[in-house]
Design a binder for this molecule. Structure first.
Ligand SMILES: Nc1ncnc2c1ncn2[C@@H]1O[C@H](COP(=O)(O)OP(=O)(O)OP(=O)(O)O)[C@@H](O)[C@H]1O
Length: 744
């Protein structure tokens, strides 16, 4: 909670509240209509209430973007606003001498990043972090930004480069519908919810034509696909869109070939009667074709997907005798699934029902019939294994279209220079039932919030203090304690869950709850868990508290792949599955650890943590830009802004603190070296001054114009706040400083 802002108390005493009320009255009675305040740093006083009122007024006036210092706030219109995203408007922002003087827009952010690259100011690489809760508009925003770059970074200098840029543009745009078909699903909160995170890097060629950058490539890195959804969906939600697309959009011939008669019921296809605009199969096919996934390969993919749907219809009945395997309740489902996945039918059934165990010194192999629950788990695991490898979310290196140099998926992000990294991660999630997926998603959100806090709130203020500037510290919510609880060393939630996987000991959900609660009792971010009837623990995240259920957590974290399943898939006669599951001795040894193996267990959490750290390293080497998407209401209705819901989101992302620091701080930050390099041409105007023994290097000796510029830099503390018409004193300061410079 904010306590003090540059001397202005916004504390909790009655006097403070009274003066705040007066300020609020003054603000509401101000001359500028609220909806015309396009920068929240101009709101005075800056409180959650005044910020909300301003956003509400703008929303009512159909103005969806508002600057908040270093951040752009994007309100989801929940209705089509085509004129806001037209190519003409994109070009207008691109051509504007000062795009920041135009109305706030995601194109201003897009253009700023583009110009930053062209200016070659370090760090040249830019990133745009798009955040917000589920359904707030992150994917939409990223999509529009990709379109923006496709339009503006394709200006041709030669016919060939024009063609390249055009091809990349198409590829970038085509990757969207494909990734959304395979990675998005209808959830309680969003009809088109991304069930994965993605980091899109748009690469520029700055070497051939300096300062005239052409888009030469794109790389897309995806994170933590929620693959459990393939085999397990909430009754009110849906599976990934692609399953509905093939069932609704297949031709008569394809229906025959894929065994998908009209109206067929599949247990992994809940709510098929719900038709969404995302169900358009043709769009996905067309986009796949443009990505280089040819028609026969597409056919293989869709046939495999149909095979998974039939696999989901396999049910087992207990044989009543432990020594006997379970019985399949529907032989037809086994047969069709085997046929479509081109697997031998008997080995498929045997793999689902019988476990092989190695034991003893000689590692003898024993066969043990699985219980009904184990059979179900193996069936689900088989489906997840196939789905996660299918091209769609990831393009497989062994497949021909990967060889195209223009779209480089899963590329080591540090390798090539890139114009802008667009990060679209799943928003903070809190459902009635939260498990490992939500823990990872919320962990990622905590990390990104920390990146924002570290980059903007903490680093700026520390720098001001070091440089001896007048500054009274703005308090902000630092989420380090919560991150310590989740990922800290030596003991944290992640380490405790990983430890259970490593020890591989039988432990109940209640035991896991007790272990977490007793080992981490000292953490202020571990909530009280008195009332829950089910074993769980509560984490107090920066965006709210979430109860995580411990049942199944350890199993999900292990994400065990019985080696028999991989061996089965290696027997497939399908050309695509053969490529995706090659008989690879290395893979085999990975999946068959001997009982005594001391190698660290690669759990879901540890893999996720590693990829998150890799992502943050990339982000830290960039100039970040932030877009905060806000969801005006949870029903997805146009023209309805629910105050409480928006307030919670504003509070969770620390927007008020951001505005305070942006308003009072320096809007432009340039390193001394870059400054010297940039304005070196000024030297030509004046003869060199006698060398200054205190100057850092002979190159940076102070000539007359340098002294002038340095003086200007040190005096002109131009902040957004001081230029604000509501704050007369700030303006005065600027004028005085200018006078001093001009008479210097
Ligand atoms: N600028 C916009 N104009 C019109 N509609 C929008 C806009 N932004 C978002 N929407 C609408 O809101 C819906 C949800 O947006 P989106 O899928 O981008 O949310 P998200 O934040 O990516 O959610 P999740 O985290 O669940 O993936 C979209 O399907 C679209 O209908």
């Amino acid at each position: 909670m904010l306590q003090q802002v540059n001397g202005h108390s916004s504390g909790s005493d009655a006097q403070g509240r009274e003066s705040l009320r007066e300020d609020l009255q003054e603000f509401l009675g101000g001359e500028v209509p609220l909806h015309q305040l396009d920068d929240l740093t101009k709101v005075n006083p800056v409180t959650l209430e005044t910020v909300l009122r301003c956003l509400q007024a703008r929303y009512t006036a159909d103005t969806f973007y508002t600057n908040a210092g270093c951040t752009l706030v994007a309100l989801n219109p929940f209705k089509p606003v085509p004129q806001l995203y037209s190519p003409e408007l994109m070009r207008e922002y691109h051509a504007a001498p000062q795009p920041q003087k135009l109305k706030p827009h995601i194109f201003t952010v897009g253009e700023q990043t583009y110009r930053n690259v062209r200016s070659l100011i370090e760090p040249v690489n830019q990133s745009i972090v798009v955040s917000g809760e589920s359904g707030a508009g992150k994917t939409w925003t990223s999509r529009c930004l990709m379109k923006f770059y496709a339009v503006v970074a394709a200006s041709p200098t030669s016919w060939e480069s024009h063609k390249i840029a055009e091809r990349i543009e198409q590829r970038i745009l085509n990757s969207n519908p494909v990734m959304e078909a395979f990675g998005n699903a209808c959830t309680l909160r969003n009809n088109n919810s991304s069930r994965f995170g993605k980091f899109i890097q748009l690469q520029l060629n700055s070497l051939l034509v300096p300062r005239d950058h052409q888009m030469t490539g794109a790389a897309i890195q995806t994170y933590l696909l929620e693959k459990t959804r393939v085999a397990c969906q909430d009754s009110t939600e849906r599976n990934f869109h692609i399953f509905y697309q093939i069932c609704k959009g297949a031709s008569a011939d394809e229906r025959l070939q894929w065994h998908l008669p009209e109206g067929a019921a599949f247990s992994w296809l809940p709510n098929p009667e719900r038709t969404l605009e995302e169900d358009c199969f043709e769009v996905t096919r067309e986009a796949m074709l443009h990505l280089g996934i040819d028609a026969p390969t597409q056919n293989n993919i869709f046939q495999a997907l149909a095979g998974l749907l039939h696999l989901g219809n396999i049910r087992f009945a207990d044989s009543g005798d432990e020594a006997q395997p379970c019985r399949p309740m529907d032989d037809g489902a086994v047969r069709t699934s085997a046929l479509l996945l081109r697997l031998p039918e008997d080995p498929l059934l045997e793999t689902l029902r019988i476990r092989t165990i190695r034991a003893g010194r000689q590692q003898q192999v024993f066969r043990k019939p699985c219980s009904q629950a184990e059979c179900d788990t193996r069936r689900d695991c088989l489906a997840k294994l196939v789905y996660a490898r299918l091209p769609g979310m990831r393009l497989h290196p062994a497949l021909p279209w990967f060889s195209s140099p223009r779209l480089l998926p899963a590329l080591a992000p540090q390798v090539l220079p890139f114009l802008a990294g667009l990060l679209d991660v799943y928003g903070f999630e809190s459902f009635p039932h939260n498990s490992l997926e939500q823990l990872c998603i919320n962990y990622a959100n905590e990390k990104l919030q920390q990146h924002f806090v570290a980059h903007y709130l903490r680093a700026q203020q520390e720098e001001y203090a070091v440089e001896g500037l007048e500054w009274s510290f703005v308090n902000y919510q630092d989420n380090q304690t919560c991150l310590d609880l989740i990922e800290g060393s030596p003991i944290s939630i992640c380490s405790l869950i990983n430890e259970e996987c490593r020890l591989n000991r039988p432990s109940s959900a209640a035991q896991l709850q007790t272990r977490i609660e007793s080992a981490l009792a000292g953490s202020p971010c571990l909530g009280h868990n008195k009332l829950s009837p089910e074993p769980s623990f509560v984490v107090l995240h920066y965006a709210g508290s979430v109860r995580y259920h411990t049942a199944g957590l350890v199993e999900k974290n292990k994400d065990p792949i019985p080696p028999e399943l991989t061996r089965l898939l290696q027997q497939s006669q399908d050309t695509l599955l053969k490529v995706l599951f090659p008989a690879d001795p290395e893979e085999k040894s990975q999946e068959e650890p001997s009982g005594q193996s001391r190698a660290p267990v690669l759990t879901v959490v540890s893999k996720f943590k590693a990829s998150l750290e890799q992502l943050l390293q990339v982000l830290q080497a960039t100039t970040p830009h932030y877009i905060r998407c806000i969801k005006p209401n949870s029903q997805g209705r146009a023209q309805a802004l629910h105050r409480e819901e928006v307030l919670n989101q504003l509070e969770a992302c620390g927007l008020v603190e951001t505005i305070h620091i942006s308003a009072a701080g320096f809007p432009i930050r340039v390193s001394h070296r870059t400054f010297v390099e940039r304005y070196a041409s000024l030297r030509r105007l004046h003869p060199r001054a006698p060398p200054d023994p205190h100057s850092p290097s002979p190159d940076e000796g102070h000539s007359a114009p340098w002294a002038l510029v340095d003086f200007a830099v040190s005096r002109l503390r131009i902040s957004f706040g001081s230029l604000c018409p509501q704050r007369g004193t700030g303006q005065l300061e600027v004028v005085r400083a200018l006078r001093r410079v001009s008479t210097c």
